[in-house]
Structures are given as structure tokens and as C-alpha cells.
Design a protein around this ligand. Structure first.
Ligand code: ZN
Length: 67
């Protein structure tokens, strides 16, 4: 069984940044690879990213993250 996905590996595999979508208001956003690593760190797990994310439009914590 594989360990938790780490942000650094996921982003270097995909070569792209992260996309967000707020589950409450539908606001979407994108964060470039460098910004994402700067904000969350290359060891961040998906759960940790979700915990720290907030919708920049309504402030909701229920954001969906995609690579
Ligand atoms: Zn929102």
C-alpha cells in the first residue's frame, strides 16, 4: 500500500499547480506549482492542504482540491 500523497511528488508528476473549487459558493481558483509548494510545503498531504485552504470569496473551509 502506498503512503499518503505528498504535494511535492504530486506536483512534479503532473507539472501543474493546484485547482480549487469551493463547495459552498462555487468559487474556483488556481495556484501555480511554486505558489502551492511555498504555501503548503512539499511534504503536505491532501488532508493538510484541505485543512489550510479557505475560499477567497466566501471564507468557507469546504474547498475541493485537484491537481
Ligand atoms: Zn466560497
Amino acid at each position: 500500500m502506498a503512503g499518503p500523497e505528498r504535494l511535492g511528488r504530486v506536483l512534479s508528476d503532473s507539472g501543474r499547480g493546484l485547482s480549487f473549487r469551493c463547495a459552498d459558493c462555487g468559487h474556483g481558483g488556481h495556484m501555480g506549482k511554486a505558489d502551492a509548494l511555498d504555501t503548503f510545503g512539499d511534504q503536505a498531504t491532501p488532508n493538510r492542504i484541505r485543512e489550510r485552504l479557505r475560499c477567497s470569496s466566501c471564507g468557507s473551509r469546504r474547498c475541493e482540491v485537484r491537481v
